[in-house]
Design a binder for this molecule. Structure first.
Ligand SMILES: [Zn+2]
Ligand SMILES: [Zn+2]
Length: 350
């Protein structure tokens, strides 16, 4: 099978021929029809992710068709259209049993703990626990685009920050996760402010109903405080600057939500903790979403409450996807890029 591959961090990326993944008794093999390109894939290639061993095939936001089923799998069959959270749980620990597979201590992540979906085929373990059937009317591209950034934003805003109608929400960073957060906050009835330095990203944010703030022209913290302060502030980029600005944009008793992975190699960041204490702020994280919570989100997509397809700005094959991943070293793509490893012919939404 064709797969994107590297055997050295920051080294050469290439599309090579590899054997198809092996089928385990509790797993399945999926023919990948669509797989999102994410900043986390770039971090993996750079060697920022301790879970990755070499050589490696990246890719963790996937949707496709089951082509082989292990002997112990009961709920799924060959031909099923499926997707999977980027965090797969063991299905047996106290966190998985509680419904919080997104923080399973022995989690597996395709494209991080093993070979991922920038390939024609990918293997998924614990299929009965982790696979999600894609409802009719939801395309492979949209299902793939939901898997990481949208699901992380959805869980963060709905389940962690618990955004209410008429609250002020500010989103720092208008990449894939930031735009997802805008769309979800608007659907929850919030007034949404979007901060970025890229005017094209801000245009997309405004088209989703956000009030755009270009932080090269306007101080977003002063702007938000003059508006009464945000009830919920989101760092969807992942930097010390934006995390700090997010916290300082809050009103008293506000909630800061960290969605962006910290770009520092250690993941550490200085934060205005004095403000956190004095104003009784909450600091929240969000790490994907468990498979069992997907049905609620997918139903809202199928019914048209959310339309993540408008976040998909490019659909490419593996060779072009490789170039897009390399380009992340010098720039951030606008919107979500979806790769079709099995070719562009099968299903393209744009
Ligand atoms: Zn577990
Ligand atoms: Zn991702």
């Amino acid at each position: 099978m064709k797969a994107m591959y590297f055997n050295e961090f920051e080294g050469e990326l290439s599309v090579v021929d590899l054997p198809k993944p092996e089928l385990s008794p509790n797993g399945v093999v999926i023919k990948v029809e669509a797989t999102g390109l994410c900043r986390s894939d770039w971090h993996g290639w750079m060697g920022h992710d301790v879970d990755i061993s070499l050589p490696h095939v990246p890719g963790h936001e996937l949707a496709g068709v089951i082509t082989a089923v292990g002997s112990e799998v009961k709920k799924h069959s060959v031909g099923d259209r499926v997707t999977v959270p980027f965090v797969c749980g063991c299905g047996e620990c106290e966190f998985c049993l509680r419904g919080d597979a997104q923080v399973c201590p022995t989690q597996t992540q395709p494209g991080f703990t093993g070979f991922g979906s920038f390939a024609e085929y990918v293997a998924i373990e614990n299929a009965d626990f982790n696979l999600i059937e894609i409802p009719e009317g939801v395309s492979f591209s949209v299902a793939a685009a939901l898997g990481c950034r949208f699901a992380t934003a959805y869980r963060g805003l709905v389940k962690r920050a618990k955004v209410l109608a008429n609250e002020r929400v500010v989103i720092y960073g208008c990449g894939g996760v930031g735009l997802s957060a805008i769309m979800i906050s608007k659907a929850l009835g919030a007034t949404v402010y979007a901060v970025d330095v890229n005017s094209h990203a801000l245009e997309l944010a405004a088209s989703l109903g956000a009030i755009p703030i270009n932080s090269t022209e306007v101080d977003p913290v002063a702007f938000l405080q003059s508006a009464g302060g945000a009830h919920v502030a989101v760092d969807a980029l992942g930097s010390e600057t934006t995390a700090g600005q997010s916290i300082l944009s809050l009103q008293r008793r506000g909630r800061h939500l960290q969605l962006g992975l910290m770009l520092t190699p250690t993941g550490l960041s200085a934060l205005p903790i004095g403000r956190v204490i004095a104003w009784e702020l909450d600091l929240l994280g969000s790490h994907g979403m468990a498979a069992r919570d997907y049905s609620e989100m997918l139903a809202m997509v199928a019914s048209g409450t959310f339309n993540p397809s408008i976040l998909i700005t490019r659909e490419v094959d593996l060779a072009e996807g490789l170039i897009s991943l390399q380009e992340m070293s010098s720039s951030s793509p606008t919107g979500i890029t979806v790769i079709h490893p099995s070719g562009l012919g099968s299903e393209v939404t744009h």
